[in-house]
Design a protein around this ligand. Structure first.
Ligand code: HEM
Length: 498
């Protein structure tokens, strides 16, 4: 049976691979692409449907957000590709406001603060035995550590607990603590399949003939894909099989949880299932089992790689800026004894410099360099006439490099976010958009900020970090729907004496 979750998963993989193929092929295709003129002064050349408004500065975004926010929806088709529209990320927007309001409770401060012990225990288990390096160690015996792999495990495990209520088993525990029931085993197989789909298979997809064809001639992609899916060994066949496995595991998880009436309210999946079983008939209609699977899976898709990427870039950047490291360690040490776990209130108010470091790292390496909207009717924005169906790609990454808003944009300087400094006061309010903007802004902002701060405080209380000699410069990135590291962030871990 074809399920919504299947579509959401497939959609994500295809969108991600299409985006990376797009970035690779665009410079080659651009000169031959028919350029369409939009009527109305001043004219913007549209490259097919692709349109980078960022060139025109943040003012366009403010118009978008203030006047037209509600008429924009996340585009279902990326590059004209018929991705299914019901998955959350790819939702066409008609049902989404109801969904968003319902699941918003999961992201409320009271629920988030109750997640601190869970997050903290995952962070502690994951980081207790890091391979450390000391100055007197010779180069032969040096330990290099691919930090981005660790942060991905932490971020996935946190989502596993917070969203699915499972221990995904990505972080090793003493064998005496491990006892697997049937649900744990399904959860482990599920996350293994997820990692395979979003890493190895996604990379393979760049070599998929149907995906490349989809970029050049979207109309031909589906028919070709259908043929390739039937030929064992072809990439489309592998993707199809992997999607099927992933989808059936996810459906099993949801089915088992739905049967469990003592599920409680601790994780996202249980909360959504409780909402479905509540008295609201409308919610019952919306939250079909397939939709619940897609929603839960999207937590993993949108929350793990993004958080992991940002955490790793912070460690990478701070390791390269001793003056930032010194200031940060002073703030963290000044908070209190090293075993004092900060509360949600502490995290929000007592680490202002850590806040600035986080923001500057997200400006320097934004996880989502592009955010898309589709005009659902003809609109005029900032004097530009955009016909219905136009895709508007907000290039957050380009904005974040604009020297008008970020003087010396190539410098990593967290102090630029100090609320008392002129640069911060004068900056355009929409110049910094790492979490998007408007009614479809990231739902996980508070969740991820809490998780990242807890992780960084725990790490910097115990360790300092240096770039490994094997760390490439500049950092090599893979371009897709979100950025990723080409070769990982390789660091040396140095135990702190205090
Ligand atoms: C550093 C970490 C993260 C970054 C940089 C990030 C960034 C983003 C961005 C740019 C968007 C699109 C917003 C727009 O179109 O205006 C988004 C959407 C979303 N994010 Fe995040 N995100 C992060 C972590 C998380 C986490 C941890 C979760 C969940 C636990 C999450 C859940 C979501 C959801 C559900 C959406 C879709 C919202 C909608 O369509 O209405 N994100 N995120």
């Amino acid at each position: 049976m074809i399920t919504t979750s299947w579509y959401a998963i497939k959609g994500f993989l295809e969108a991600a691979s299409l985006a990376s193929v797009f970035f690779t092929l665009m410079p080659l295709i651009a000169p031959y692409w028919p350029v369409r003129k939009v009527p109305g002064p001043p004219t913007i050349p549209l490259l097919g449907h692709i349109h980078l408004l960022s060139r025109y500065g943040p003012d366009v975004f403010s118009v978008l957000a203030k006047q037209y926010g509600p008429v924009f929806s996340v585009p279902a088709p990326i590059l004209g590709h018929p991705i299914h529209q019901r998955g959350l990320m790819f939702s066409n927007g008609t049902q989404w406001p109801t969904m968003r309001n319902t699941i918003l409770s999961v992201y409320q401060p009271s629920h988030l603060s109750s997640l601190i012990p869970t997050m903290q225990s995952i962070i502690e288990s994951a980081t207790e035995n890091l391979p450390t390096w000391s100055e007197d160690q010779n180069e032969e015996g040096e330990e290099d550590f691919i930090f981005s792999e660790l942060t991905l495990k932490i971020a996935s495990e946190v989502i596993g607990k917070a969203s699915f209520g499972f221990d995904f088993g990505l972080i090793k525990k003493p064998s005496s603590e491990v006892s697997l029931n049937e649900e744990d085993t399904i959860a482990k197989d599920f996350v293994k399949q997820h990692i395979y789909s979003t890493t190895k298979l996604k990379m393979d997809l760049k070599g998929s003939f149907s995906v490349i064809l989809g970029v050049i001639c979207p109309i031909l992609q589906q028919p070709f894909q259908r043929i390739w899916e039937r030929i064992p060994g072809k990439i489309d066949w592998k993707v199809n099989r992997s999607n099927h496995n992933l989808s059936s595991k996810l459906d099993q998880i949801v089915e088992k949880r739905a049967k469990n009436k003592d599920r409680g309210t601790k994780d996202f999946l249980s909360l959504v299932l409780n909402a479905r079983e509540s008295d609201h008939e409308r919610l019952h209609k919306f939250f079909t089992p397939d939709y619940v699977s897609a929603l839960a899976y999207e937590q993993l898709l949108s929350g793990a790689a993004t958080t992991s990427f940002t955490l790793s870039t912070i460690l990478y950047l701070v390791a390269d800026h001793p003056e930032v490291e010194k200031k940060l360690l002073k703030e963290i040490d000044g908070f209190g004894e090293h075993d004092l776990i900060p509360t949600a209130h502490d995290l929000q108010h007592k680490f202002p410099y850590l806040d600035q470091v986080l923001r500057e790292a997200m400006r320097y390496y934004p996880t989502s360099p592009l955010i898309a909207r589709e005009a659902v009717k003809d609109v005029e924005i900032g004097g530009y006439a955009l016909p219905k169906g136009t895709w508007i790609w907000m290039a957050v990454g380009v904005l974040a490099q604009d020297p008008k808003n970020f003087p010396e944009p190539n410098k990593f300087r967290p102090e630029r976010y100090d609320p008392t400094c002129e640069e911060e006061k004068q900056r355009h309010p929409y110049a910094f958009l790492p979490f998007g903007i408007g009614p479809r802004q990231c739902l996980g902002i508070k969740f991820t900020t809490q998780e990242m701060k807890l992780t960084l405080i725990h790490l910097y209380r115990r360790y300092k970090f240096q770039h490994s000699p094997k760390m490439e410069r500049p950092l090599a990135l893979d371009y897709g729907i979100i950025y990723n590291f080409k070769y990982g962030v390789k660091l040396r871990v140095i135990k702190r004496s205090t």
